[in-house]
Write a protein that binds this ligand. Structure first.
Ligand code: DO4
Ligand code: MG
Length: 285
């Protein structure tokens, strides 16, 4: 069972509990509204949903990010990320070396809610970048009070060309139309009390055949989730809640790059899967 945001065929949206082939609406309207609630109230609504059950096939799942929710991300939290970034960096390989072991983690703004795409929707690689990769990440969903509500999947799509040229270009390498996919399921914290040893898998298909696949585990995360959350909340507030992506454990080795028509599938044990086709450029051309 999980929390999902969805749209009915007539366009109305809600948040509900997905249980097999059935979705039971909570009548809350948006994920942002749900994240105004306390963890206890969310749990009660989840365990005793009062709405009419709808077939999963009768709705379209949406990313669990809306309103003024934001997506933030952590970086260089797995050895693979540190190593691959030092290889691509033209100007400043040592910044990755230093941040991997620093007390303060790398945290960066990744996306406003309106820019996030959901399961099945196209992700994009920038037209002005030559080497681009998906980044499969475990993401923590926090309510307005900063409590962990649950876990989901984030694809932190990134331009290695632009970040590798100069780390100061990070926002351009990371924040652009089609650069962030999240969802579709949020598995509540009471259902997944220990997310520290979950298998993460990613495969990339081209023309129907696999061109890259890999697997890792959240046990390889170099920091605790609590530490990442604490740093995010140190000097900031998220009145509609926030999704914190915890860094990538898988990076396709150079010179691999995503291209138009590829399909990226990410799965995390106990959470679900997130699959997106790839387009090139802002307008998908
Ligand atoms: O240092 C740049 C970003 C790192 C990142 O996104 C990651 O490690 O997942
Ligand atoms: Mg990342």
């Amino acid at each position: 069972m999980s929390l999902v945001r969805f749209a009915y065929r007539d366009g109305r949206q809600d948040v509900g509990v997905l249980d097999g082939d059935a979705v039971t609406p909570l009548g809350v309207g948006s994920f942002a509204e749900l994240l105004h609630w306390s963890l206890d109230d969310i749990r009660t609504a989840y365990e005793y949903p009062a709405g009419f059950v709808t077939a999963r096939d009768a709705v379209r799942l949406l990313p669990p990010v809306d309103g003024r929710m934001e997506v933030w991300a952590a970086g260089v939290t797995y050895k693979t990320s540190q190593t691959e970034r030092m290889k691509e960096s033209q100007a400043a390989a040592s910044v990755y070396d230093r941040v991997y072991d620093a007390v303060r983690p790398e945290l960066f703004f990744k996306s406003a809610a309106w820019r996030v795409v959901g399961d099945g929707e196209p992700i994009s690689v920038r037209a002005d970048s030559a080497v681009d990769v998906p980044e499969p990440e475990l993401a923590v969903v926090l309510n307005a009070g900063g409590d962990t509500v649950g876990y989901t999947i984030c694809n932190d799509v990134s331009s290695r060309t632009i970040e590798g040229d100069n780390p100061l270009y990070l926002p351009q390498a990371k924040i652009y139309l089609g650069g962030c996919a999240v969802g579709p399921a949020v598995v509540p914290v009471w259902q997944l009390p220990d997310p520290t040893d979950l298998a993460i898998r990613m495969s990339i298909h081209r023309g129907g055949a696999p061109v890259w696949s890999g697997a890792a585990s959240t046990s390889q995360l170099h920091r605790t989730l609590a530490d990442l959350v604490a740093h995010l909340l140190r000097a900031d507030a998220f009145p509609d809640g926030v999704v914190l992506s915890t860094g990538t454990c898988l990076v396709p080795e150079l010179p691999f790059t995503l291209d138009t028509g590829d399909v990226v599938a990410i799965s995390i044990d106990g959470i679900g899967s997130l699959t997106n086709p790839v387009v090139r450029g802002r307008d998908g051309v």
